[in-house]
Design a protein. Structure first.
Ligand code: BES
Ligand code: ZN
Ligand code: ZN
Length: 506
């Protein structure tokens, strides 16, 4: 795909389609010269309600189509930038669905001076959204549908920004959009294709384009000799071997053993990589099981974010740790009531084999500590309870450090990848106490499921290390398309975690 920057007057651009935005009740004054090319009757009936579209074919000039997209009025408690993201997504999908694959976007003056300090970020975000809104997972169709993938994208920006600045924003946006698409592809791949070994191969492939990345994979033999009892137990019902994937980004000039690098901040991101979750011996009901190839969405977001950090050359040391297993029932599978010894030495009562995510994350969090991180964030489709509580709209956020949690919440608001905090305290810690082992992988009577999951994970993190847990079981996958999200894997978390790393590197 070709990405261009155009800094002259929008009307002089040569393009298949130009997208413009209009606020409710306001004539698009800033596009005067183009407005004259839209039939007055059509323009008069266009109310600019949120998401309303008007496609016009100018009789003359170099712009073949003008698409007006309504932003609605401001009587909404949605962040105005999010309203804009959605309108932009609607416009991009509208055109690409019709086979218009060469698209230019002009945002003109829809953001006033009050957005000045966010303006660079808004431009970059707008380009990211333009590039991720048209998306389809078509890999396994033998007859390719008429493509709805963009062929070329032009950012029209006769604005008070230098060409150099705009070019940088454009380049960064392409990296972030690529990363979101990488995560979506990983999540959407079916479980017979995206096995633990395939996920490890995908991680290794990311290294090929980024020399500052390195990838190590522990296979079953290595996991056994190193005592990763949790990962082994969760995987033992499957014929697919477990893999512990570590994808590490060291900023250029810092090559060498990661343990020796202490000059820069180190962030470890841990992601759940269950490539299929049948529930194991506590087999899931039929409903929704076919979607359980998405249970590695946390891992996908982590791998894609580490890739983004490298491609953006952020001045921060980032390690992604993704334990990958398939959770299956069989004669060799873990059984309810089993007691296993995790990598940390803590014993775990496997009260329910469907709560497998926390068991593999326990070992991964122990592995994470070896990098002496300044902070750890884990990302996991851990509980159906998170989906029940917050829907597909928000992820649940918990942790042991309010400053870190506030920072993640804030980045969530900035990126539109929203989170909601839930508590962990001693009353909830009671829920995961076991009669027979150090900790139990199940809460009390299925209550407070999200918190029980986090209270369990907390046992495997040092109190001195700021840690946040993101349960993205809701937003990782959509049951129907959103304005700029597809149905299926959303790549949720990549924009959030990348923005978080950028903030940490400042
Ligand atoms: N992968 C599931 C959680 C999930 C459910 C993700 C729906 C996305 C959509 C997880 O491993 C699981 O099964 N959790 C159990 C935990 C319970 C046994 C404590 C759950 O949510 O029922
Ligand atoms: Zn499960
Ligand atoms: Zn799971």
């Amino acid at each position: 795909m070709i990405v261009n920057l155009f800094t002259d007057a929008p009307g002089t651009l040569q393009t298949e389609a130009l997208v413009l935005f209009v606020r409710d009740g306001q004539r698009p004054r800033y596009i005067k010269e183009l407005e004259q090319q839209i039939p007055p009757l059509a323009l008069a009936s266009f109310k600019a309600k949120f998401g309303e579209t008007l496609l016009a074919f100018p009789a003359k000039g170099t712009v073949k189509r003008i698409l007006l997209v309504g932003l609605g009025d401001s009587a909404t408690d949605r962040d105005p930038v999010e309203v804009f993201r959605r309108a932009l997504g609607i416009g991009m999908k509208f055109l690409t669905k019709q086979g218009v694959l060469d698209v230019a976007v002009y945002i003109g003056a829809i953001f006033d001076e009050s957005f000045d300090d966010r303006f660079d970020a808004i431009i970059r975000e707008a380009i990211v959204i333009s590039l991720i809104a048209p998306y389809g997972y078509e890999k396994h169709r033998s007859k390719k549908e008429d493509s709805t993938e963009l062929r070329s994208f032009t950012w029209v920006a006769p604005l008070a920004r230098t060409k150099e600045k705009l070019a940088t924003l454009l380049k960064e946006a392409c990296v972030i959009a690529d990363s979101v698409r990488i995560a979506r592809d990983l999540v959407n791949a079916p479980s017979n294709v995206m096995t633990p070994a395939a996920l490890a191969r995908a991680a290794k492939q990311l290294v090929e384009s980024q020399p500052t990345l390195s990838c190590t994979v522990f296979d079953q033999k290595k996991l056994a000799s190193a005592g990763f009892g949790g990962i082994l137990a969760a995987a033992q019902g499957s014929d697919a071997e477990p893999q512990l994937i570590t994808l590490e980004y060291l900023p250029a000039g810092q090559a060498g053993k990661s343990e020796q690098v202490k000059t820069k901040k180190t962030v470890v991101l841990v992601g759940k990589g269950v490539t299929f979750d049948s529930g194991g011996i506590n087999l899931k009901p039929e409903r929704g099981m076919n979607e359980m190839h998405m249970d590695m969405a946390g891992g996908a977001a982590v791998l894609a974010t580490v890739y983004a950090a490298a491609a953006l050359q952020l001045p921060i040391h980032v390690v992604g740790v993704v334990p990958a297993v398939e959770n299956m029932p069989s004669g060799t599978a873990s059984k309810p009531g089993d007691i296993i010894t995790s990598k940390s030495g803590l014993t775990i009562e496997v009260a329910n084999t469907d709560a497998e995510g926390r068991i593999i994350l326990a070992d991964a969090l122990t592995h994470a500590a070896a990098f002496k991180p300044d902070l750890i964030i884990d990302c996991a489709t851990l509980t159906g309870a998170a989906l029940v509580a917050l829907g597909e709209e928000r992820a649940a956020l918990l942790g042991n450090n309010q400053k870190l949690i506030d920072s993640v919440l804030d980045v969530g608001r900035q990126t539109g990848e929203l989170l909601w905090q839930l508590p962990i305290d001693d009353d909830y810690r009671e829920h995961v106490k076991s009669d027979s082992a150090d900790v139990k992988n199940l809460g009390k009577k299925g209550n407070a499921g999200v918190i029980a999951g986090a209270a369990f994970l907390e046992k495997f993190v040092s109190k001195d290390t700021p840690w946040a847990h993101i349960d993205l079981a809701g937003p990782a996958m959509r049951s129907e398309p959103g304005a700029y999200q597809p149905k299926g894997g959303t790549g949720w978390g990549v924009r959030l975690l990348t923005a978080f790393l950028e903030k940490e590197s400042q």
